[in-house]
Design a protein. Structure first.
Length: 221
């Protein structure tokens, strides 16, 4: 298993783990085709498929276009079309969740960030750890601040695998069934689900923060 740093479609560096990155991705084409479907064109452009060929594939049945595009590209460039090449292209065109599902795993550094104390400075400019205060109900002020401070990182790294994290939190009685179903409404994207969970966690009790970290550790590499 190799660890590689790549960029996503927002220009962020993302560390991934991928087995045999220089091997052929051909065995994954059918599974990817089933998940990508109508989103195949951005991937084709990212893989440098010509406009002429994209036009040809556009006349094929929708359920075959991605598969035909991938097979044609593999036949054209052979061993130059590797698993890593495909993963990089998928991250660049917004198909990160599908890439994680089939081809790689993101190495999440969120746990270390969340466990690091928030620091401030005193009147002399010296670094001090912000003391932890507990609200009358729910999560401590310090833990709330950590979730707020690292919100963007969490949103960017937990979009894939959020359903498993919700299951874990529900099984530990951190979130209710009603909250879980509210977050999992059909129109919510994975990004929306993470955002909704982060909005709700501060009111899920004093154990919610630690349970959230443990859920990440169990569901992410």
């Amino acid at each position: 298993m190799a660890t590689v740093m790549i960029k996503d479609n927002r220009g962020n560096n993302v560390k991934i783990r991928i087995s045999e990155p220089n091997s052929s991705p051909e065995e994954y084409f059918n599974a990817l085709n089933n998940d990508i479907l109508t989103k195949w064109k951005p991937l084709a452009r990212e893989l440098k498929v010509s406009s002429a060929k994209i036009g040809l594939f556009d006349h094929k049945p929708i359920e075959e276009r991605c598969l035909l595009m991938l097979e044609d590209l593999y036949n054209d460039i052979g061993n130059s079309f590797t698993k890593l090449t495909l993963v990089q292209a998928m991250f660049q065109c917004g198909l990160r969740a599908i890439a994680e599902k089939h081809l790689c795993k993101v190495v999440v550094a969120i746990i270390k960030d969340l466990e690091t104390p928030i620091t401030s400075t005193d009147s002399h400019g010296r670094g001090i750890v912000v003391p932890q205060t507990v609200e009358n109900v729910g999560m401590s002020t310090n833990h709330r601040k950590k979730l707020q401070h690292h919100r963007r990182t969490i949103l960017e790294n937990l979009s894939s695998g959020i359903d498993e994290i919700l299951d874990d939190l529900y099984s530990k009685n951190i979130i209710s069934r009603e909250l879980k179903m509210k977050i999992l409404v059909p129109n919510n994207t994975d990004y929306d689900k993470v955002r909704a969970l982060l909005d709700a966690l501060p009111d899920c009790g004093s154990k919610a923060f630690e349970a959230f970290i443990r859920a990440i550790a169990r569901t992410k590499p």
